[in-house]
Structures are given as C-alpha cells and as structure tokens.
Design a protein around this ligand. Structure first.
Ligand code: HPA
Length: 248
C-alpha cells in the first residue's frame, strides 16, 4: 500500500475518498494524527498529516518514529512525503516542484533511529542514496504523464527549525551543496530506510530561502500560503497519476 505524508501545506488530501480513520498506537508513542485510509482511483492509500490535522506539531516535535512505525504496521510499502521547502538554487523558485535525490542533515536532538535499544547489536543502514530510487522514478513518470514540470534531483538540506535560517546559514548550505531547505526531511527518510519502507519526496518550493531573490530582505511568510495552495493542486495531479500508473 502507498502512504502519503502531507506537510504544512497538505494536512488534508482532497483527492482521497476517505473510508476510515484509525488511531494507531506504537512502542514509540503517538503518531502525529490518526491515519486516514481511503481510495484514489479505486486503489487503497493511507494519508498521515505530519503536523497533525490542525497543523499544531512543529517540525522538531514531530514523532517521526511513531509516524513511520504506524505506517509500517499497516502494511505500507511505499511512502511519498510532500514537503514545503525554501529554494536555494537559482532555478528553484517559488512554485517549482522537485524530487530530491540527496540529503544533508543539519537537525539535532531528534529521536532519529529505531536502533537505539540494547536489545540488538549495533545496526547500521546504508544511506548512500537516501531516497528509494524506484519510487523516485515512478514519481517522475507520474509527473511527466500529468504534464506537471518537476525538477529531477536536488540536495535537500534538513534544518532544525522551527525558525527559518539566516542568510549566512543559507550561504553555508549552498556551499555544502544544498539546493533546497526544509525542516522535516530528517530523520524521516532515515527511519523509513531503517524500517524497510521505500521512501521518496516531492518538495514544493514555497519561498526563496533567506537572503535569496524576493527574500533578500526577509521571508514574507504571508505569501507562502498562496504559493503553497497553487502548487499543492499540481502535487495532487502527480499523486493521482502515480496511483493510476501503479495500478497498472
Ligand atoms: N527554510 C526551512 N524550511 C522551510 C523553508 C525555508 O525557507 N520554507 C519552507 N520550509
């Protein structure tokens, strides 16, 4: 089954014909919200609002372990994360969509592994390619089939938040090789890998990163939601096509 984790611009999935909501308990505590099960074009899909349905859980307080565990416990195999980001690279301007292929993790103090108990021997995962390539390709195919322009690839810099970055921090991220910046990509991607889920992301550029473009003198937070709403309609188109292509 496919799961969709919606970020701040996507706490409801309009294209989903919801059939039931289920509260899932996990050994790691409560997920951000009840899971919403439903159908898109007849195929069962589950949706999780990363920040809760009321958008009340900030990025550093999301229980990523419970979220991924809950999905895994419901026989989910593939997870598409929809995440709002700031654009750093000059072509990644507000309104653009990207399917990133790399991550740099700047977060700290988050519970970032399932492998911290003393029950098992030290476990490492391979994370050379942090996203599931098969799902990335399907997303790119779905984007092409739906006629939505998507940038294939890009380095996602995951920052701690909830504050936005300074201009100097964005310069540093760019020197490091980051193309986009967001607050929720990690440890979500790593936990998905640890638990064996195939995980990829659609990044929605909702603002120029701090110090760039129209954010040269500050990020206009009130402009984010209009950009986000328009872009999410395009994300819906891609997700619909993804489900249709997967369904054969
Ligand atoms: N920085 C970090 N996270 C974000 C941004 C940003 O500029 N925009 C949306 N999420």
């Amino acid at each position: 089954m496919l799961a969709i984790i919606g970020g701040s611009g996507l706490s409801q999935l309009a294209i989903l014909e919801a059939t039931r909501r289920q509260v899932v308990r996990t050994p790691y505590g409560e997920p951000s919200a009840a899971l919403t099960f439903g159908r898109i074009h007849g195929r069962e899909v589950v949706f999780l609002a990363r920040h809760g349905y009321g958008n009340t859980i900030p990025p550093h307080e999301v229980n990523y372990r419970a979220n991924l565990w809950a999905l895994h416990s419901q026989k989910v195999r593939d997870v598409v994360s929809v995440a709002s980001v700031g654009g750093i690279r000059s072509d990644l301007v507000p309104g653009k969509l990207a399917v990133p292929d790399q991550i740099i993790d700047y977060t700290y103090g988050r519970k970032s592994t399932f492998f911290s108990s003393t029950d098992h021997s030290v476990t490492h995962i391979d994370f050379t390619h942090p996203y599931c390539e098969a799902l990335r390709e399907r997303l790119l195919k779905a984007a092409a089939a739906s006629g939505e322009a998507v940038i294939a690839g890009g380095v996602y810099g995951a920052t701690q938040g909830p504050r936005l970055e300074t201009a100097a921090e964005i310069n540093r991220l760019e020197r490091d090789g980051a193309d986009i910046v967001g607050m929720t990509g990690m440890p979500e991607a790593a936990l998905a890998r640890e638990i064996g889920l195939c995980y990829a992301a659609i990044a929605v550029v909702v603002n120029y990163a701090a110090g760039r473009g129209a954010s040269a003198h500050g990020i206009q937070l009130e402009e984010i939601s209009a950009v986000s709403q328009q872009a999410m309609a395009r994300v819906h188109n891609i997700l619909e096509k993804l489900v249709m292509l997967d369904g054969g």
